[in-house]
Design a protein around this ligand. Sequence first.
Ligand code: NDP
Length: 257
Amino acid sequence: MSKRLEGKTVVVTGASSGIGKATAVEFARTSPKNLKLILTARRIDTLKQIAEEIKKEVGEGVKVLPVQLDVSKPEQVRNFIPNLPKEFQEIDVLVNNAGLVKGVDKAGDIKEEDIETMMLTNVNGLINMTQACLQVFRKRGESGQGDIINIGSIAGRMGYPGGSIYCATKAAVRTFTEAIRMELIATRIRVMEIDPGQVETEFSVVRFGGDKAKADKVYEGVTPLTPDDIAETVVFAAGRPENVVIADMLVYPNHQG
Ligand code: NDP
């Protein structure tokens, strides 16, 4: 249990499934003392269910707030913090996890709407959430304070056939993260990136437009990471002493590395 996280307010985007859900649960399990946890995604009913599960497991030490938020919609992101109950507005940690891949088409064939969805969610959504939270972080103390943890991907470090747009979005996450880390050097605002390899989540189901059989084929014969593997890494990073920054971490399943 990291004492550093006690009493903090943490927001996780894309907390309705996979890595985001596991990360929210891991924060709650690891630092239950006065933690405030904001779960965001589009599926509000799922978030409410997860909030109940967390409360049942860890008790009253953690306050959980499910909030419907589509990060690809700038006006929703703009209104996100002002619309929070006052006690949740002082965000300390932002986990920018919401993201998706649509389709497996070659670049010449990919639908315009799928390109837009990936760009607006994975890139614009992450940037807009970062800006919103930076406004809170920069007001704190003399040089600001807070943590931004971005979920990138191995896809941001290498392109592969059928993944051109997704890879481009994650490469954008990578360079954006690097640039703001440099901008914020010598402040108390930490900027970190965790890049997963293959993790078994709903990610593939979304990629194949809901075709579960095709999605399951992706994991045949291999042992992918579990969402918990990444969740534990995120909470580890957030829990490091303030002078330590896990700037950049690539987490592979053994078959992939
Ligand atoms: P999931 O599909 O299980 O989870 C994605 C989450 O993002 C869901 O909670 C979904 O919630 C949310 N989301 C999608 N679009 C939006 C949106 N517009 N606004 C708000 N929330 C949104 O996949 P993973 O858990 O695997 O993915 C999490 C992150 O990890 C992504 O950024 C992904 O790119 C990255 N990643 C995943 C890998 C993998 O192999 N699984 C590998 C490397 C990186 P809802 O639908 O309710 O909005």
